[in-house]
Design a protein around this ligand. Sequence first.
Ligand code: MN
Length: 247
Amino acid sequence: MVAKYENAVLRLAQNDQGRDCVVGDIHGHFELFEQLLEQIDFDDQLDRILSVGDSIDRGPDSELAMEYYEKPWFYSVIGNHEAMLVGSIKQISGLHELWMHNGGEWAELVSDKELREMAAFFDTLPYAIDVTTPNGQVGIVHADFPPKLSWTKFLVDLEAKKLSDRNMKILLWSRETFKKMHMSIEYPGAMQASNISGVHRIYVGHSIVKSPASFGNIMFIDTGAYVNGRLCAVDITNEEIIMVKGV
Ligand SMILES: [Mn+2]
């Protein structure tokens, strides 16, 4: 398919006609995702889905992912699972093994040509989505947000390819803020959450929560579709949570 994304940052204008819903890690559970679309009464002409990434691996239907990426209403950042597929195809040392140990086995039944096409496309996925809403800017990254950065500075650095390798890795793999959130629940007062400036809220997936939960203005929305069949979406304007549960 023709590249849908041209930059490490995707900036989306406010959706005045319909709703924007951010969805957690799908991990091949596209039947659940369809159920979710039905539940929110999704209008494919007006509404948009913004995915936190990790659409593939671990679940049943990873090979269907591209069908969704091709939809004009489906936008996604790259997750560590898409990045493992890309790294594997690029023959980056250790990436193929890492991917196979993390739910990539389905790929053995997919043709090389198809995998290469997926990798080429995933390689164009943005690392961050920035959406204008009536509440201000809303951000989406896969796993976590680098400490001590404002959202504005982060976007500028990312677009200019000046974000450090360490911070790029945080976006895809980190669980630091997730751990802090847990610490703050276990030991009230021990951890002080401060908001990331320049952004109303940042949605992330990657780390599983029972239901969407926040630390500062970072909200975790991966409810573990591949573990317990729970997939959730949040309307980024009114922050309503929609959850579906598979069998
Ligand atoms: Mn992940």
